[in-house]
Ligand binder design. Structure first.
Ligand SMILES: C[S@@+](CC[C@H](N)C(=O)[O-])C[C@H]1O[C@@H](n2cnc3c(N)ncnc32)[C@H](O)[C@@H]1O
Length: 322
């Protein structure tokens, strides 16, 4: 079998339950379909059918029978869909479902070369930017350690000024900050509003700079500029220009660190390129030779590309000469 049907159905029924409010209506309690329907403003018959399907996928437990049958989130369901913590998948499931909507439009992209114009709703913006923060902690920590190691070569105690460009809710910026860097987060203004809420009291520890990095970067100069998963959003001309802009915003000896799926080195790169096909005008995944060209042309030296141990993508490093 090429495709496991059950996984697709599981994703769609879980995200329907999240989007329509069934999961939050269950919360911590045991409830009948009628009670869930009242709280979520959903149809009772449809609610019962979906709750039974959620039992089938292990997200919900049920007890009793007939009119007295009640449902509550299982321990797994609470851990994956409700409770904050490293196992929470809520936003990434919603993001996967939003992606699936785009993938269903691929025949249009194939015909016309670009996706239909779509506006991101406030809900999908939230789940998109928060999905980034739901990545595996060990993968994020590895990136932070490797970026700091490259940037501090020859000066291990240096307190670094770091710009996280396209840093979403600041999940990486916060980690860099916790490892001693003075971190500035730059992203689009509407994303920084989400970041402010996501960071809570930690927001005061970060600098926030609304930006469109294809137009301008904060002036710096910074010791490190980190760009995680942003080169796949844009085409070669924009990436070349962003790389030059990064060079200009670094001090002498400063480092660029790009995290992305490098074609030819990441097993996930070809499928990820399809995702960019449905989501962007000209994004994609790029080969090592392409990254080397962008960095070299911008003036960077000591260019290195490494495979990460905890995720199927790469880090690309370069240094502005002293
Ligand atoms: C795929 S997410 C990556 C988030 C984070 N860097 C990571 O690796 O987890 C891309 C982020 O880049 C931001 N972004 C994309 N284009 C941008 C631009 N031109 N200016 C500022 N931010 C941008 C998006 O808003 C989003 O938060």
């Amino acid at each position: 079998m090429l495709v496991e049907r059950k996984e697709i159905e599981k994703l769609l029924v879980l995200t329907a339950a999240l989007e329509s409010g069934l999961i939050d209506a269950l919360g911590e309690s045991a409830r009948t379909p009628a009670e869930v329907g009242r709280l979520a403003s959903t149809d009772e018959r449809a609610t019962r059918i979906v709750l039974d399907a959620l039992v089938d996928v292990g997200a919900v437990d049920s007890a009793g029978e007939g009119g007295r049958q009640s449902y509550r989130l299982s321990a797994e369901g609470r851990r994956r869909l409700l409770d904050p913590g490293p196992d929470l998948e809520r936003n990434s499931l919603l993001h996967q479902a939003n992606k699936a909507r785009g993938w269903l439009e691929l025949p249009h992209v194939l015909k016309h070369g670009a996706p239909k114009e779509r506006r991101r709703s406030a809900g999908s913006l939230k789940s998109f930017v928060r999905t980034m923060a739901e990545g595996a902690p060990e993968a994020m920590d590895e990136v932070v350690e490797r970026v700091l190691a490259y940037s501090r070569e020859g000066n291990p105690q240096k307190r670094l000024t770091l710009l996280d460009a396209g840093g979403a809710v600041g999940h990486m910026a916060r980690r860099f900050r916790e490892r001693g860097a003075e971190a500035t987060l730059c992203d689009r203004p509407e994303v920084l509003e989400e970041a402010w809420e996501y960071q809570g009291e930690g927001a005061a520890q970060l600098n926030f700079h609304p930006c469109d990095f294809t137009e301008e970067l904060p002036p710096g100069p910074f010791d490190v500029i980190y760009l995680g998963n942003v080169y796949h959003i844009y085409g070669p001309a924009t990436n070349a220009e962003v790389t030059r802009r990064v060079f200009d915003s670094l001090g002498p000896g400063g480092s660029i660190a790009v995290r992305d799926f490098v074609l030819g080195r990441s097993g996930r790169a070809p499928m990820f390129a399809v995702n960019m096909l449905q989501a962007t005008e000209e994004g994609g995944v790029w080969r090592e030779s392409q990254y080397r060209e962008w960095l070299t042309e911008a003036g960077f030296e000591d260019i290195r590309i490494i495979d990460l141990d905890h995720s199927d993508n790469q880090l690309v490093f370069g240094r502005r000469p002293h």
